[in-house]
Design a protein around this ligand. Sequence first.
Ligand SMILES: [Zn+2]
Ligand SMILES: [Zn+2]
Length: 85
Amino acid sequence: MGRISQMQCICCFLLDRPQTSRTEVHHVRVGHGGAQRAGDFCTVPLCADDCHRGKNGVHGDQTYLQILKMTQLDLLNATLERLYG
Ligand SMILES: [Zn+2]
Ligand SMILES: [Zn+2]
């Protein structure tokens, strides 16, 4: 999980734009229950004020995910590819 917090925001990376705030670690939720967490291996780096907690971010209306046509699990896959690929 430490390595994730060192990474560039995966959403900004995929959108090919500069990251403007620090990286935070987001826990990807799987399944339909809002409270479900996938565990510490299922985390992605997202910039704090925009892709993470901004109004278009994953805790907002998820506009960026819609632009990318991706789900949070797709972000996780992209993150793992950057880490290990
Ligand atoms: Zn970002
Ligand atoms: Zn989060």
